[in-house]
Ligand binder design. Structure first.
Ligand code: CDT
Length: 297
């Protein structure tokens, strides 16, 4: 399978949806030109990473949430996907018809049909206004915990699972999807290089990002495609290092900068099966009765 990860550089407050979608379309065309059949875009790809700003929910909803998907602004991305015959994953802030708010990702097939939806489960940050912090991380204010679980969808003979950003740090995320036979797990992220909760050395933000992707791909015998939104958004820096990781835990493609950048790899889905036949033959070697604490606490 030809897989592309489309890293995005900064989306600043002044950037309109139309301008952002043009960037996504351009990267989708580049991915298709490189024979990719599927492209992974970041979390909250259509706007700046707005949970860094304190505001009332009504203002956030008005400025940053999508009331329908697709909508007029995003339609060119769906039209291009249909024209090129390429599937994609896209993260955005979702407002449901009932007024509920989620940090959401969709899986779109090669005919531009939405075939899967994921709502972020591990929401980091806080809901109160931290007046002394250099910026906020208000995911717990602006979003509800996702209510759809970790699903896996088959499209063009590939079983794809989805998650979002902080989910990638939790082992359960991947295991729940690999138990549903996921072959590829895709995710987008916005990871500030500064941690407002403790004095975390900046380099650890990238190190821990790499560790979780590599270890999780290996332990679950899956390919992982991870797309950053990164660089300086109105002065707030976020890490790059978008990558494609093999079930061996090896990084097979990695973004080099902090701008819009498409990375691609021709991924061999059989590699995951090899690991599943041997060291990670779940049916043969797992002992779920010894894992009960995981769901009890
Ligand atoms: N967007 C997102 O989930 N970012 C988190 C930052 C955690 S620090 C509060 C991440 O895990 O990358």
């Amino acid at each position: 399978m030809g897989l592309a990860v489309a890293q995005m550089g900064a989306v600043n407050l002044a950037d309109t949806r139309a301008v952002v979608v043009r960037r996504l379309v351009e990267m989708m065309r580049e991915a298709a030109a490189r024979k990719a059949e599927f492209v992974v875009f970041p979390e909250l790809a259509l706007t700046t990473f707005f949970p860094r700003y304190w505001m009332e929910d009504a203002e956030a909803v008005e400025r940053y949430f999508e009331k329908t998907m697709p909508n007029a602004d995003v339609q060119p991305l769906f039209d291009t996907a249909r024209e090129l015959g390429i599937g994609f994953y896209l993260g955005y802030a979702e407002l449901t018809p009932e007024g509920r708010q989620f940090n959401t990702a969709i899986l779109v097939d090669r005919t531009a049909r939405i075939i899967g939806k994921y709502r972020k489960i591990h929401l980091p940050g806080h809901s109160d206004h931290k007046v002394d912090a250099p910026f906020q991380h208000l995911e717990k204010k602006f979003f509800e915990v996702g209510d759809l679980g970790f699903g896996v969808w088959e499209t063009n003979d590939v079983k794809i699972g989805m998650c979002l950003c902080n989910d990638r740090r939790w082992p359960e995320t991947y295991r729940v999807m690999s138990l549903q036979s996921a072959e590829l797990i895709v995710l987008g992220y916005n990871t500030p290089s500064l941690n407002i909760h403790w004095d975390e050395p900046a380099h650890l933000r990238t190190t821990t990002h790499e560790i979780v992707l590599q270890a999780s791909a290996y332990q679950n015998a899956v390919w992982v495609g991870a797309a950053a939104k990164c660089g300086h958004e109105d002065g707030h820096h976020m890490i790059g290092s978008s990558m494609i990781v093999a079930p061996s835990g090896e990084i097979v493609a990695r973004a080099s900068g902090e701008e819009d950048e498409v990375i691609t790899a021709n991924i061999d889905l059989g590699m995951g099966q090899t690991f599943r036949d041997h060291v990670f033959n779940f049916a043969k070697h797992r002992s779920p009765h010894h894992y009960k604490l995981i769901i009890e606490r």
